[in-house]
Structure formats: structure tokens, C-alpha cells
Design a protein around this ligand. Structure first.
Ligand code: G6P
Length: 612
């Protein structure tokens, strides 16, 4: 969603702001803008559409000041237009603000300010912040910049990550956070604030994450943080584990394709150092529970959104199958508002690539409020969810730039497969079976590389079917969530209506959709129930539907009854979902490309949904 960047140092702020905005483009946005303080005046420039539009307009923006803020906006209040794009300046141009989040009491504040003759140029909730800061400045001009902002925010309800510059306080930038991520990247003689580490990774790897209710005053060579109520804060500096090339495309045309191809190494990183010395089980340094405590767990509850939710569903099948622990999986957005009955000896996991998804964070808080221990699986080190959980597991998948998650998904299901092994070895699974499981996991990067070789075959299949408007994805057991994920990818990337069902459910309704216009994708890579799946395939063929099957062996029946057959290596059932999803990622990618879609930045989607 919205991206925030701010610079203070010795260099020209403008180019650094534009570069930071480009690096946050993957989050999704509809307009962009910058404001720079130059010779005592704040100048702003905004454009709807891509950051490239803003960059092009820079030729008419000759402002070279060393302090500024920038923003990519994902419209919530007010339509997509230049006047609603950020930064927003206070009425007389003294302050400029960029904001991520929603100010809930903005109408009351706006009325209050209009009564005091403030004028407004936009329909946004953000503009009231600029004017309210100005109002508090006028009331007490002797106060420090951060004090004025603190006083202002005491009157504000809602969520915000904000960055503010002022012509009155020319050597300072103020940032504050409540419910929307913000960090300070620490440089030499310069500091960069951002809502996303991707925007600062090029300049520094040392970052300080703000917590909710904190306000920071940032200068070129120092910074200080207090709470809204002026209490001192223990500052913790984190080291980013990304490389700058994570944000580059290398030789790939799109981040999505690059990230699909990164999966063998991503899977390896998810496993690195996480097998026990005897080679029969998994271990996670981040999970502080000892085996006796883990054995006391009677039930697991997973909460997540989107693709991460599908990963949790895969985890349910694997954990219940191998560890025999009941697992519930809930959409975080449902759990947070649902009055779920309390359960004894339940361990809660929240799973989130970004570590910032607002619903997942809220579910985490709700679970903690109810007294559950909450563990996290996240990709972004130091993210809000990573910091709010009791303990957790990092994915180490590197920065994921494609809005539609690919490598983060396989990394999550690799970790969940290892969790299934860990819990199983504490309970039912003997060492020999554990050893076989570990060997299967260790072979996974090479097998995933083999599956990647199907890319060209899938591109050719995509060329045949990209014009169709109706796709059904069908899978049994752990392949059902893989079917859900395949359908989600196609919807997100190619804007094609796609649905997923457990294969046998087809008869209970979806079969009515089958005609010559319907493509059915069967994920038939688990050995059990293949005969029954073959019956389902014949039911589709009898009604004129097209069948694409993903299978493990090239038996004659597949060739006879399916229009297309994709053969992937037969593997241990504990890793089967990981290899099975890769062809579906390719299929969505190629169909998206053939339909002319912007696969890295699909319409209306945001990489990380930080507002409700
Ligand atoms: C957004 C993204 C999805 C993602 C979901 C959860 O909707 O578009 O791709 O799966 O958020 O994100 P998270 O960062 O919590 O895994």
C-alpha cells in the first residue's frame, strides 16, 4: 500500500526520494509525489500513475534541497488525482506531510480547522494533519518540531505512519507511527526514513524500526525517539539481511519470473542450519519452546491472509498427517473479530511474508489478549509482526518484489513441512522415518530446479489457453490448498476468473460450469486416490471441458484423457505441495503476460495491506 520515504543529509533529496519511491513501487499505488525544502520554501510535485511519470516531470522541478519527503499513494479517501496525491502542505505552506493509514476523526478535525479559517485543497484525511500541525505551531511557536507533532497526534484517532518537513525547522524531519510501518535507515551524515526497508537498503543496512505510539526527530547526523507522551524509548538497531540485487531485475523481464526461478535457493535458505545433528529432525533457533513444552501442545491455530493463508492450509494437512496434532486455520480478518471459544494448550502461529499485514497483526494481538502464546513465520526481519510475536521463524527468502507471492509461499510451506517433521519427531515418528523425511527435504532444491525446466512447456500451454475466461483448479488433500493458490495466482496476475475446489467436490456444484469454455487443472501428484481423480477427469471430458493435469508419471491414461500433461518428479508427500505449486505459478505468469497484464503490479492489489 502507500509508501513513505524521507531524506535528510548533504545530497540532493529529490533523486534519492524518486529512487526510494521506485523501490517501493512493488507495493501497489496509483499516484506519487515529492516535496523538497529548498532555500526556505517547500516545493512539491505530484503525478498520477507511475513513479516514472513523476521522474519525467522532474525536468521542470529544479529544487536541489537536501531535505524532502515522498510518497506513493493507494487511494482510500478521495479519488485518484494530483490534488489528492501526497505530500500535502498546510494552508500557508509551512509544513508538508506524507501519510500511510486512515485518520478516523478527520471530519471533526476538518470542521474544527475550517472554523479557524484553514482552507483545504484535497479530499484526503491526510491534509488535516498538515493543517492541524500548523494550528499547534501557531498556538505555541516556541515548541520544538517533534513536540508540535506530538501535541497534534494526541488529537488524532486512527492509524498513521507519517513523515513531515517544515520550512520553520529546516534541519529536521519528524516521523511518527501508529499502526503503519516506519523505519529510520542510518547513514553517514544522512538518514533516510521509509515505510519499507526496500527503499533504504541501497544506502544502509542499519535500520531502527519505530514502534506504535513513537515519534522521532531525525537530523542528518543524529536522531531521537520518544513516545507520544514523551517517555524515553530503548532504541534497537537491526541489520537488514537483504542484498541490494534483491531489488534489481537482473536479466529477467519481471520480478515474478525472477522470484519463481529463485525458489531452489530460497528453499535452501529456509532450511539452512535447521536440521538436527542426527539428521532425523528439524530445529528452529527462533522457537524458544523446549520439546517437553511442544509435546504439551494439543492444538495449533494458524492465522494469515491471502497466499500465506494457503500456506497455512498446506501446513494443516502436513502437520495433522505426520504429527497427529489437530490444526485449525483461520483467515486473520475473521479471527480478529470472531468470538472464537478459548481452547486449552493451543499454540497460535501467524504467518505473513511482509510481517505488516494489518489483519494478521490484529489477529496476533487478539490471540495474545486471550493469553495464547503466539509464534510468527515472517520474511521481513524486524517487521511489526516479527517484533510483536513471542518468538518465531524467519523465512530468509530475500525481498519479494512481485505483488503476487511466489517464492515466499514455497519458503513458507518448506518451513511448515519442517514444523510437521519437528512436531512428528517429538510424538509419533521414529528416527528412520524422520531421516527419510529430512533426506527428502534436503533434495528439494535440486528437484525444484528440475521443475523449473518445465517453464517453456508451460509457456506453450499458456499460448493455447490464455484466451479462456473460466478456469477450475482441482486437488485432493494437501493439493487442495495448492489448487487454491493456483487459482489465486491466475486471478491476481491475469484477471481471469478462477476457482478451486477439492477434486471430489466438483460434482457438488462446479460441474455445472463445465463446458467447452472451461479449463480444468487437476493437480494429481499425490499417489492416493488417483483412480478417483481419473474418474473426475473423464467427467470433465464427457462435458467437453479441457483438462490440464499435473502428474508424477506418464501413464497412458493421462495421455488419453487429458489435453495437456505436465510431469513433475515424484517426491516424498511431505514436500509434494512445494514442487506441485511451481507449474501453477508459471501458468499464471505466462497467461498474465499473454493477456497483456502488468504481472508485477496487478491492478488494485497491494503487496502489503496495511489498512483495513
Ligand atoms: C496482500 C498481497 C498477497 C498476500 C497477502 C498477505 O493481499 O497482495 O499477495 O498474500 O497480502 O500478505 P502477507 O505479507 O501477510 O503474507
Amino acid at each position: 500500500m502507500c509508501g513513505i520515504i524521507g531524506y535528510i543529509g548533504q545530497k540532493e533529496a529529490n533523486s534519492i526520494l524518486i529512487d526510494g519511491l521506485k523501490r517501493m513501487e512493488y507495493r501497489g499505488y496509483d499516484s506519487a509525489g515529492v516535496a523538497v525544502l529548498d532555500n526556505g520554501t517547500i516545493f512539491s510535485l505530484k503525478r498520477i500513475g507511475k513513479v516514472a511519470e513523476l521522474a519525467r516531470a522532474q525536468t521542470k522541478f529544479p529544487h536541489r534541497g537536501p531535505i524532502g519527503i515522498g510518497h506513493t499513494r493507494w487511494a482510500t479517501h478521495g479519488n485518484v488525482s494530483e490534488r489528492n496525491a501526497h505530500p500535502h502542505l498546510s494552508d500557508d505552506g509551512r509544513f508538508a506531510v506524507v501519510h500511510n493509514g486512515i485518520i478516523e476523526n478527520y471530519l471533526q478535525i476538518k470542521a474544527f480547522l475550517i472554523e479557524r479559517n484553514y482552507r483545504f485543497a484535497s479530499d484526503t484525511d491526510t491534509e488535516i494533519l498538515a493543517n492541524l500541525i500548523d494550528y499547534h505551531y501557531q498556538k505555541a511557536p516556541h515548541l520544538h518540531f517533534a513536540e508540535i507533532v506530538r501535541k497534534t497526534l494526541l488529537h488524532v484517532e486512527g492509524t498513521y505512519g507519517i513523515a513531515i518537513i517544515s520550512k520553520i525547522f529546516a534541519d529536521e524531519l519528524v516521523v511518527a507511527r501508529k499502526g503503519s510501518p516506519l523505519l529510520i535507515g542510518l547513514g553517514e551524515g544522512e538518514n533516510i526514513v521509509a515505510s519499507d526497508a526496500a527503499a533504504v537498503a541501497r544506502y544502509t543496512k542499519r535500520v531502527v524500526y519505530l514502534n506504535d505510539g513513537e515519534v522521532a526527530s531525525v537530523r542528518s547526523d543524529n536522531f531521537s525517539i520518544t513516545t507520544l507522551h514523551e517517555n524515553a524509548v530503548d532504541v534497537v538497531c537491526h541489520e537488514l539481511d537483504w542484498e541490494i540485487h534483491d531489488t534489481d531485475l537482473a536479466d529477467y523481464p519481471h520480478y515474478m519470473l525472477k522470484e519463481i526461478f529463485e525458489q531452489p535457493s530460497v528453499i535452501e535458505n529456509a532450511m539452512r542450519g535447521r536440521f538436527t545433528a542426527d539428521g532425523c529432525s528439524a530445529k528452529f533457533g527462533g522457537i524458544s519452546l523446549i520439546p517437553r513444552e511442544l509435546r504439551m501442545v494439543d492444538r495449533l491455530l494458524f492465522c494469515a491472509c491471502g497466499t500465506a493463508y494457503h500456506a497455512c492450509l498446506v501446513g494443516k494437512y502436513l502437520i495433522e498427517k505426520y504429527a497427529r496434532i489437530p490444526v485449525d486455520v483461520e483467515y486473520a480478518s475473521e479471527f480478529r473479530y470472531r468470538n472464537a471459544p478459548p481452547q486449552r494448550n493451543t499454540l497460535v502461529f501467524v504467518v505473513s511474508q511482509s510481517g505488516e499485514t494489518i489483519d494478521t497483526l490484529a489477529a496476533l494481538h487478539e490471540a495474545k489478549r486471550r493469553g495464547y502464546m503466539v509464534l510468527g513465520i515472517t520474511n521481513v526481519v524486524g517487521s511489526t509482526i516479527a517484533r510483536a510475536t513471542d518468538a518465531g521463524i524467519y523465512q530468509h527468502a530475500g525481498l519479494e518484489m512481485g505483488v503476487a507471492s511466489t517464492k515466499a509461499f514455497t519458503s513458507q510451506i518448506t518451513i511448515l513441512s519442517m514444523l510437521a517433521l519437528l512436531f512428528a519427531r517429538i510424538r509419533d515418528m521414529d528416527a528412520i522415518v524422520g531421516l527419510q523425511y529430512v533426506q527428502a527435504l534436503k533434495s528439494l532444491p535440486i528437484i525444484a530446479s528440475d521443475v523449473l525446466k518445465l517453464s517453456e512447456q508451460i509457456r506453450i500451454i499458456a499460448e493455447k489457453y490464455y484466451g479462456y475466461e473460466r478456469f477450475l483448479f482441482l486437488g485432493r488433500q494437501a493439493m487442495y490448498p495448492i489448487a487454491l493458490e493456483g487459482a489465486l495466482k491466475l486471478k491476481e496476475i491475469a484477471y481471469v476468473h478462477a476457482e478451486a475446489f477439492p477434486t471430489a467436490e466438483m460434482k457438488h456444484g462446479p460441474i455445472a460450469l463445465i463446458s467447452e469454455e472451461t479449463i480444468c487443472i487437476f493437480i494429481a501428484t499425490q499417489n492416493e486416490l488417483l483412480d478417483k481423480t481419473m474418474n473426475n477427469i473423464q467427467e470433465v471430458k464427457a462435458r467437453g471441458g479441457k483438462v490440464i493435469a499435473i502428474v508424477n508419471n506418464n501413464c497412458i491414461a493421462w495421455e488419453i484423457f487429458c489435453d495437456e500433461v505436465l510431469i513433475i518428479p515424484e517426491v516424498h508427500p511431505g514436500i509434494n505441495p512445494i514442487t506441485s505449486v511451481i507449474p501453477l505459478q508459471f501458468l499464471a505468469y505466462y497467461i498474465g503476460i499473454l493477456r497483456g497484464c502488468d504481472v508485477d503490479r496487478p491492478r488494485n492489489l497491494a503487496k502489503s495491506v496495511t489498512v483495513e
